[in-house]
Write a protein that binds this ligand. Sequence first.
Ligand code: S3P
Length: 186
Amino acid sequence: MNPARHLVLVGPMGAGKTSIGRCLARHFRMAFVDSDQEIERRTGAGIPTIFECEGEGGFRARERDALAGILAGPDAVVATGGGVVLDPGNRALLAASGFVVHLQADVPAQVERLARDRSRPLLASGDREATLHRLATERGPLYTGIADLAFDTRHLSAADAARRLGALLESRWRRAPSGVQPEPAA
Ligand code: S3P
């Protein structure tokens, strides 16, 4: 949505949501919140442990709560988890409270960027490439459905992507005034 208080990054694993989000937050002098880190902070456990103990369903419930809390909070650049768009309530909330940028990366780029990663439970077993293709097919239309802007991160470092995207957003995203009201004078 535009104007919006939050700048929200959605997209698949390995698209660069966290690293690009950090740079964008510096560019716009805003706070940065990563929803996976917020889930870990609230839970006191890492994402792989949450998946192991509570299954994907338990993780998704925590993800829903964390997202609602983040979007009700102060203006921020928000990096979301790749599966956040699976929940219709999350999609409605994101579309209603953030300028949503879909960071795009194709499967070859994801495979390369995630080659040494061991922190994503959905990629822990089976054929990574096949899993990433399946997720792209299932989730691609969901990202597209809520995005105000799509940005292709292939062939770009996080710093270069953030520089270009930051410049683009200067003309595309209208920042809404913060919902936080100043204290009335005594
Ligand atoms: C997931 C993506 C991860 C994390 C969890 C599930 C997904 O976040 O939320 O492992 O379903 O695609 P990133 O997109 O930041 O890797």
